[in-house]
Design a protein around this ligand. Structure first.
Ligand code: ZN
Length: 175
């Protein structure tokens, strides 16, 4: 019988398990509990990440531990193990005069905001006269996530990748 596709593996190479400091390449479809597709990546352009250094949400990384190239898994991740629960204290009123003057604000619009913690995404959740209500929760906070994952490839990370904390090469970071 034919084995699962292993696009980047050398024939006969030892199958590596996903363990700390392995680079795994994943094809996946991410949906919410309503079945709406939030994100996806196919086997021709998989997501490559270094396992065990916090690159993925914890609920997914935990389930990938020990998996091999060709393995398929379905993972349901509760919000607490994904992007966290929603926090209503992260909704702030901001005077419209502090918004970019040319912005055509509408509910649901996402903007980049800068703070002492760096750049993050805020969502316009209400427009009340001269006040704009901005929600600084992660757009996926409070959302349970469902992943259909196929492990496309597993290899060891290079010393340089571990030093940089990201994957190099065709599926990853290009310097
Ligand atoms: Zn790098």
């Amino acid at each position: 019988t034919r084995g699962p596709p292993r696009a980047h593996s050398t024939p006969g190479s030892l199958l590596l398990k996903i363990t700390k400091n392995a680079v795994a390449s994943l094809a996946y479809t991410l949906t919410n509990d309503d079945g709406e597709i939030i994100d996806s990546s196919d086997a021709d352009a998989p997501l490559a990440y270094i396992h065990g250094i916090g690159s993925l949400i914890p609920g997914l990384e935990k389930e990938l531990e020990g998996k091999l190239a060709g393995d398929e898994l379905t993972v349901h991740v509760a919000p607490a193990d994904a992007y966290g629960e929603r926090n209503d204290e992260m909704i702030h009123p901001v005077p419209r005069s502090q918004m970019p003057p040319d912005a055509e604000l509408e509910i649901g619009m996402q903007l980049q905001a800068e703070s002492e913690h760096g750049v993050h995404i805020v969502t316009v959740v209400a427009l009340e006269g001269d006040t704009v209500m901005l929600d600084a929760n992660h757009p996926l906070a409070g959302v349970a996530l469902n992943f259909e994952v196929t492990v496309v490839d597993v290899r060891d990370a290079t010393a340089e990748e571990l030093e940089h904390g990201h994957v190099h090469g065709p599926d990853g970071h290009d310097h």
